[in-house]
Design a protein. Sequence first.
Length: 337
Amino acid sequence: MNRFEFKEVLKQEGIRDTYSFTEGRYGEHEDVYYWNDLVIYFSGSYYTVIKGRIPKEVARKIYELDLLGDEYSIRFQGAERGRKIDDNHIYYHIDTFEGLLLFLEVYKNYLEDYIDKPIDLDSMVADIKKNLLKLSKANISNDEWVNKHNRFSEIYNSTVETNGNELMQTLRDKIDEYDKTVNPFLNEDIDEITNTYDLSKMKLSVDYVTNECDLKITSEENKTENHFYRTNDGFHFNTSFIAENGDRYSCYHYFDRTVEGNCTGEIIKVSKVAKDNERVSYTFTYNITNGTFEFTDGHKIPAILEVVSQIIDELNRYIDKAKLSYSNSIKDNKKLV
């Protein structure tokens, strides 16, 4: 869980009263919320802290519900799960926003003297994810974002211009398809996209801080991860997957600045990291803006037609992998093409 998700859960649950602040794990000031004799705050890293005299009935119900798959990562008193419930708990650490939502709903049921009241958690989780996507503006297209926020827009616009070159137009279309697969919400109406995806089943993390959006979609089953992030300096699309032998393969499409503040241009990069030595085994980088191709050893050549064709083949490969990150969330009456 991140701070953006934490605050959205509290907003949805109607928890708005703060009475002080505390220092987070990394020195930030974190708002402290007071709700029904509980103290709630974000730790500053990846979990929420809840302090108070938690009734045994609530603790038992939380333990019962979180035991089903251990997916919410609710930890009693900061300890590992499985601790015997024999007294009121002093505090909880909750690692996921779904877990925080579950805790608050169970506690509300307890206050209403209906601890076993059914909780439609899937529907509530889907609504929160949809709100996070809207607030983070994760659906804005690359063109719109760059031309509205990026100081390197002229470089970007000249790069995406294909000037009637058929192969470069094929590459451009394939890049657009890759980006849209990594971030399936790109250039979509978020309200409409929920007709295609069941967001409650999508392992989705969204963070947002002042025009900086960070979105991850992962599948532990398929060992894939899609990562999209965007700042005022550029954007990054990345898909990674782990092969059966443990090697990690990654594909990147990005437009960004260098450490020195200069523009790197628009880049397609493919790499492999071997499991045995955890070092990059190979990488090749295509700088579309500069028209160069760089090998693992740093040697550069002009990007000839064969190189562009190879990049298109690699993008096709990673498009198929990127879809696996959320294939389980596609609704039955929909099909990705």
